[in-house]
Write a protein that binds this ligand. Sequence first.
Ligand SMILES: [Zn+2]
Length: 199
Amino acid sequence: MVKKPALDAVDVEILKLLAEDCKLSLKDISKKVGVSIPVVRKRIRRLESLGILKGCKALIDPEVVGAVSYLIVVEGREIRSISSILEEFSEVEKAYVSTSRRSGVLIARFTDLKRFDEIISKIESLGLNVKSTMLIDLEYSERVWTPPEPSQRVTLKCAFCNQPIIGEPYKVVLSDGRILYFNSEECAKAYFLLKKSKG
Ligand SMILES: [Zn+2]
């Protein structure tokens, strides 16, 4: 039996600090949480390996650079094809989908409103239906969600296909000590092949 990965109070504390400010140094985190720097480093690597800590991104205010934001509500049988909109239009910041409801919501930011019409046409060309669009003129949330408490329930996802891993994961330890988890050896092979081709 593999020991189930779990999120303890130290992990939660580290996640909360990084969610607030991901520029914090290992030393800062170590002081605030009360564990040594090597422990912080190890915990962060583990959180990355488990796919809980997915990265560290800049927050940009679209309004300041004159971008106009829209919510676009979409429905249709092939709601999953909404992902191709994300790939094609860099204006789309995020897509939320409920496959059971065959509905989805896109959040997009435009500096050129011609692109808004292009997105709508593209959505319709995929056989999806634009249910409504809303101009966003107020945004309240700037919080990165963090787990409220320690948890035993950590669902590993395959580093290649992003599907939840059921059963024993296929593990690969990288030279920097990070561990990648895959559904199968095939997924691992595909992952490294893709990485190689991307350089
Ligand atoms: Zn996979």
